[in-house]
Ligand binder design. Sequence first.
Ligand SMILES: [Zn+2]
Length: 146
Amino acid sequence: MSLTIEEKFQNANIRLTPQRALIVETLAESTDHPDADAIYRRALKKDSSVSVATTYRTLSLLEEAGILRKLNMQDGKARFEIEREDHNHLVDKENGRIHEFKNDELNNLIAKIAGEMGYDIVNARVEVVGKKRGDTECGCIQINVY
Ligand SMILES: [Zn+2]
């Protein structure tokens, strides 16, 4: 069961301020994986008092608290998403869109490989960069945040 925003802040032992709630809400409503500037522009539409500096500061604080995850993509751009159940990303090389997928077989294989190397997995993420072939539906999952 996923935690509410309030519970996440409580667990991370940081105060839930209106600015922080605004950034989390903005990300929770996003169906993509926005970068910091896009998050700022979206947050600004909801609250005209938000600044770029506050947005960046809040993003790194929330990342440290484990509420957000910063994705350092292979294209060198950092994107953000709400920290939630493990899933993998497939990045469209042409338009940069990030599709999400989960696969038990892949998870088992990763666990097997890590196990053979003497490790228990703490977390595992796979990032695939792909070039779209034809019009096939991606069938990508949209993991519910709350
Ligand atoms: Zn994702």
